[in-house]
Design a protein around this ligand. Structure first.
Ligand code: HEC
Ligand code: HEC
Length: 381
């Protein structure tokens, strides 16, 4: 028995250098490892002769087989016993059966789409993890950590602290309108970024007018409480689909302030860090009247609150595309105090492939704004 073990180790060393010995989990503690006895010989035998239960790796030599085994441990970030019991020939572990299917799949992909080159392998997908990542951004909350000794606040405590940090309930109730001026910079992929002037007018409870000004031309986008419209030059059109959903959501003047009604459920996921600041992560299930839910099928949003200041610093919405989940991340930064109310003066939204940065240099609370600016302009046909 010990002899056989030595031989396997020797083969592993031979094929991959002694540094890989540490991944060789065929350790003495698993003393009953049983290999078909491999006679000492210079000519290696095919794996199917050397071992008992070779189905997909027929034709490999013994050392090639063990090389493949080592590769799989590295690609998945596991040891040998993720797939094996101490009877290496046994198919008892589901992971071993899955691995066989994966090997077949990998071959099919390479044969049919890559001219039989080894273009795709276990690592392409697994990258050192048993479960490959399915989204371009790591799932919110997956980095959450909470020490056992720490007492965590309730969601209500977090929301109350947020409301106090903004200026308090009484102050919040006085909000009738907000007028903001600044710039919006869009960066898409490696394209040069473009910047335009931006003016946003909001009136309680849900009227919104956004004006983009670029090279003297103004573009309007609005929601009058019922419908959304857009005006570009002389052309006026109704907003539909995704644009409408987003405009409706944006139009709620309390969108980033009164969070509770926007969710059917809210739960604390844990603590994490954003650029060296501790944050609480709250996961919310969107309430049925959220436009993002009805029109885009978005179910979940994550809210990040600064532990110290209590302020909301990040919102992440996740929607399903046919290729997988995609996240839209908005950071609320540079809070300023306007007449006793805290308002973020920078909004940074990352929605692949575009990053939008809105910076506001002028923010006015409760100036009088007439209803008419939100109404769809008449167009002569
Ligand atoms: C991801 C799963 C996976 C991991 C990890 C893995 N193996 Fe395997 N192993 C397999 C599969 C699948 C087979 C069967 C291959 C076939 O059907 O051709 C196999 C077969 C074997 C065999 C042949 C057994 C026999 O008698 O049929 C040996 C020996 C073996 N593995 C050793 C190892 C060692 C040593 C490690 C760690 C360095 C390891 N394996 C890691 C999946 C794995
Ligand atoms: C095209 C992408 C892709 C490739 C290539 C791929 N895998 Fe996977 N593998 C996956 C996905 C996705 C899952 C998880 C499926 C799920 O969530 O249930 C998975 C699951 C597995 C599992 C089960 C996980 C567990 O719980 O133990 C094993 C084992 C595995 N893969 C082994 C391999 C091995 C070995 C290779 C290379 C021969 C490989 N995979 C190549 C995508 C891939």
């Amino acid at each position: 028995m010990t002899n056989q073990f030595k031989l396997v180790s020797a083969l592993l060393c031979l094929a991959f250098g002694s540094s890989l010995l540490s991944t060789n989990n065929v350790s003495a503690s698993h003393g009953s490892v049983s290999f078909t006895s491999v006679p000492e010989q210079t000519q290696e035998r095919p794996a199917e002769q050397a071992y008992k239960n070779i189905q997909v790796f027929k034709g490999l030599t013994e050392s090639q087989l063990l090389g493949a085994m080592n590769f799989m441990t590295g690609a998945l970030g596991v040891g040998c016993f993720h797939c094996h019991t101490n009877q290496f020939a046994s198919d008892d572990k589901l992971a071993k059966q899955t691995a066989r299917r994966m090997i077949q799949m990998m071959r099919t992909i390479n044969q049919t789409d890559f001219g039989d080159k080894l273009a795709v392998n276990c690592y392409t997908c697994h990258q050192g993890h048993v479960k490959p990542a399915v989204a371009p951004v790591s799932r919110p909350g997956s980095d959450a950590m909470t020490s056992k000794t720490e007492t965590m606040p309730s969601v209500d405590e977090i929301l109350n602290k947020y409301s106090d940090a903004l200026g308090g309930k009484a102050k919040i109730e006085t909000i009738k309108s907000v007028a903001m001026k600044g710039t919006e910079t869009a960066q898409t992929g490696s394209d040069p970024s473009s910047t335009r002037q931006l003016e946003i007018f909001r009136k309680s409870p849900n009227k919104l007018l956004v004006v983009f000004i670029q090279q003297g031309n103004s573009m309007f986008q609005a929601f009058d409480g019922k419908i959304g419209w857009r005006k570009n030059g002389e052309r006026v059109s109704d907003l539909g689909g995704m644009d409408m959903a987003l405009a409706r959501g944006e139009a709620n003047i309390f969108k980033d302030i009164d969070l509770r009604p926007q969710f059917a459920n809210m739960a604390l996921v844990g603590k994490s860090r954003i650029s060296n600041r501790d944050v609480y992560i709250v996961e919310g299930t969107l309430s049925d009247d959220r436009a993002e839910k009805r029109l885009l099928g978005i179910n979940t949003e994550w809210l990040y609150f600064d532990v110290q200041t209590g302020l909301l610093v990040r919102r992440i919405l996740e929607w399903k595309t046919v290729l997988g989940p995609l996240q839209s991340i908005t950071d609320l930064e540079d809070y300023v105090s306007i007449d006793g109310l805290k308002i973020p003066s920078t909004l940074r939204t990352l929605r692949p492939p575009t990053t939008l940065i809105q910076k506001f240099t002028e923010i006015k609370l409760n100036t009088s704004i007439g209803d008419e600016i939100f109404n769809k302009p008449d167009v002569k046909k």
